[in-house]
Design a protein around this ligand. Structure first.
Ligand code: AGP
Length: 609
């Protein structure tokens, strides 16, 4: 997903733009560029490849100026190359644009502009923007942008500078996030909060189809009808240090080792650790949305979908409410059968996943009440949901989610317990028993993390394989899916997650000594069944690594390798069993020399369909 940076003030723009682009690198990109305006001239420097290549290009001749735009491009239309990199200018360098999103009607617009004499040099959809703004410009850049965005269909976050208005940045968004940072005598623009934290904690979240005209002294924001808006200034309670690696080799490893802390963050203010009472009054979820609902739908993408799947087991077990789970990208194109008696829970770390935003809007139209579980304040999903439960993971920079996954599970446990209490689905002693186990989880996670050397050794034994099968039963089946996703998305090794009981219906045909199997086999109520599955797998000569409960002496005689996790109640094993799988994937990928924090082809948040 592309990243946008903008600056206007009294400092040289280039160092600030480069610093911001580096903070957005985690979003995934294949080219980068900047544009700086000075003395009614705009200089553009851009290239395919990483930001370090752009820096080398700039070393030769660094453009001077106090207003500029920067961009990291994740190719959608047009291959990664110098010409397709952003920023893009029109027929001359009077109007320059950076863009995140997809302009779906760019071809007819391009043809019309060409017929009006405009020349195009790139293959991108974005390039229609500067030409469109040029053609709509009549002495007011903001109006030209306002007119132009009315002509485009699709998603966009855009930054515009022009020699016609050299003291202004004009920005707008629809479907892709844009945040304005407020400084002293200077202003900033970014696609994401971490890029601003070196300069300010005071931000304004631009909302759909709003247009901001930014000078060094402030921003004037209008809606699509031109009405001036009074926007809330939000103080972000993250600091810059939180977005640094703090001595870890990768953000992903740092974020795994933050899991004890973020689990505690989620218990704080929600469970009274001494009385073990639930305290969720600030959830702003109307009581009737808990007592009267007859069904809950949980929608998400990727790893968040796997937490949704685990949520099904958790909610049904603790509350007795039927739960439907679906991929946002599938749900949004199905017949929507929700209504006022429904509660929809949307799970999204970034709060900007395009498919989940679309699913939210479809659910709202159908009349369902919407509760969002998200990590980012001010994100689109947090602003459009009826209620929000923040997962309190802090900034997650690694593209492969780890601590946010754990926090999403924590929120689902706490929410289910709250629903069970309000609906009296469980009596207080049952609720108290689970809470007593839940508040022990942080120290259990610490025990697991201390065993990292065992995982490092296992990763060295398994890193030469090219295929893996991950198996889990019941509530651990979603964890098998997540373990497989972690491995494939950062090491590029093929890995497939499967319900252990389903393995005989096909995948077992794949197994031999070149195809190891990872099995989540805690001592829970389906343990015996899983042991049977392991024996079936072992009969095919495959190497088996089991995630098992401490003290389980039986399993060590059946499998080849065991990683032990502390004993807890059946329903809580997912939080513990996913951590060794995160570390296993990390250390294999690291040993293979993969770009662990920025895996190829991936973005931290998929803001395009
Ligand atoms: C997980 O490691 C991936 N980064 C990806 O599957 C991610 O979970 C998915 O894109 C959903 O993102 P969201 O939680 O921000 O909506």
């Amino acid at each position: 997903m592309c990243g946008i940076i903008g600056y206007i003030g009294s400092k040289e723009a280039v160092p600030i733009l480069l610093d911001g682009l580096k903070k957005l690198e985690y979003r995934g990109y294949d080219s980068a560029g900047i544009a700086v305006l000075k003395d009614s001239k705009i200089q553009i420097k851009k290239c395919k490849g990483k930001i370090v290549k752009l820096e080398n290009l700039l070393e030769k001749a660094t453009p001077k100026g106090n207003i500029g735009l920067g961009h990291t491009r994740w190719a959608t239309h047009g291959k990664p190359n110098n010409l397709n990199a952003h920023p893009h200018n029109g027929c001359n360098s009077e109007v320059v644009v950076v863009h995140n999103g997809i302009i779906e009607n760019y071809m007819p617009l391009r043809e019309r502009l060409i017929s009006e004499g405009h020349n195009f040099i790139s293959e991108t959809d974005t390039e229609v923007l500067p030409h469109l703004i040029e053609s709509n410009y009549q002495n007011d850049l903001t109006l030209a942008v306002k007119k132009s965005i009315k002509e485009i269909e699709g998603s966009y976050a855009i930054g515009v500078i022009s020699t016609h208005d050299p003291e202004k940045l004009v920005v707008s968004r629809c479907g892709s996030p844009l945040i304005i940072g407020i400084g002293e005598g200077e202003m900033f623009l970014a696609s994401d909060i971490p890029a601003l934290l070196s300069y300010t904690n005071r931000v304004i979240f631009l909302e759909e189809r709003e247009i901001a005209t930014i000078t060094k002294d402030g921003a004037e924001i209008i809606n699509s009808e031109g009405k001036i808006l009074q926007k809330e200034v939000v103080n972000i309670d993250w600091d810059e240090e939180m977005t640094e690696k703090s001595g870890y080799k990768h953000f992903m490893l740092k974020e795994i080792f933050q899991e004890t802390m973020v689990i505690r963050n989620n218990l704080e203010g929600r469970i009274n650790l001494s009385t073990k009472a639930l305290e969720l009054d600030n959830l702003s979820l109307p009581l009737d949305k808990i007592t009267e609902i007859e069904r809950i739908s949980i929608l998400a993408c990727g790893s968040s979908y796997y937490t949704a799947l685990a949520g099904k087991y958790i909610f049904e077990e603790l509350t007795g409410i039927p739960i439907e789970v679906d991929y946002s990208s599938e749900f949004r194109y199905r017949k929507i059968l929700l209504g006022k008696k429904d509660l929809t829970i949307l799970i999204s770390q970034s709060g900007e996943t395009a498919d989940t935003i679309a699913a939210l809007r479809a659910c709202r139209e159908a009349g369902s009440y919407i509760l969002a579980l998200t990590n980012v304040r001010g994100s689109t999903i947090s602003r459009e949901a009826d209620s929000v439960m923040y997962i309190k993971a802090g900034p997650e920079i690694g593209v492969a989610t780890t601590k946010a996954f754990i926090c999403q599970l924590m929120c689902l446990y706490i929410l289910s317990l709250y629903f069970a209490q309000v609906r009296e689905a469980l009596d207080s002693s049952e609720i108290n028993k689970i809470i007593s186990e839940l508040i022990k989880i942080p120290q259990m996670v610490e025990i697991i993390l201390l065993r990292e050397p065992e995982i490092i050794k296992l990763s060295e034994e398994f890193l030469s394989f090219h295929n893996f099968l991950y198996l889990g039963r019941g509530i651990n089946y979603p964890i098998a899916l997540e373990g497989a996703l972690k491995l494939k998305e950062i090491s590029y090794i093929h890995a497939e997650g499967y319900p252990a009981g389903e393995m005989k219906h096909g995948p077992i045909a794949l197994l031999d000594k070149t195809f190891p199997t990872v099995v989540i086999a805690p001592r829970d109520r389906v343990y015996t069944k899983v042991i049977n599955n392991i024996k079936e797998v072992k009969a095919r000569d495959t190497l088996v690594l089991a995630i098992a409960t401490e003290g389980d002496k039986e399993i060590i005689n059946i499998v080849d390798r065991v990683f032990y996790i502390p004993k807890t109640s059946d329903i809580l094993y997912p939080i513990l069993s996913v951590i060794p799988l995160q570390l296993f994937a990390y250390h294999i990928a690291d040993r293979l020399g993969c770009d662990v924090d920025k895996p190829r082809n991936l973005a931290k948040s998929v803001t395009v369909e």
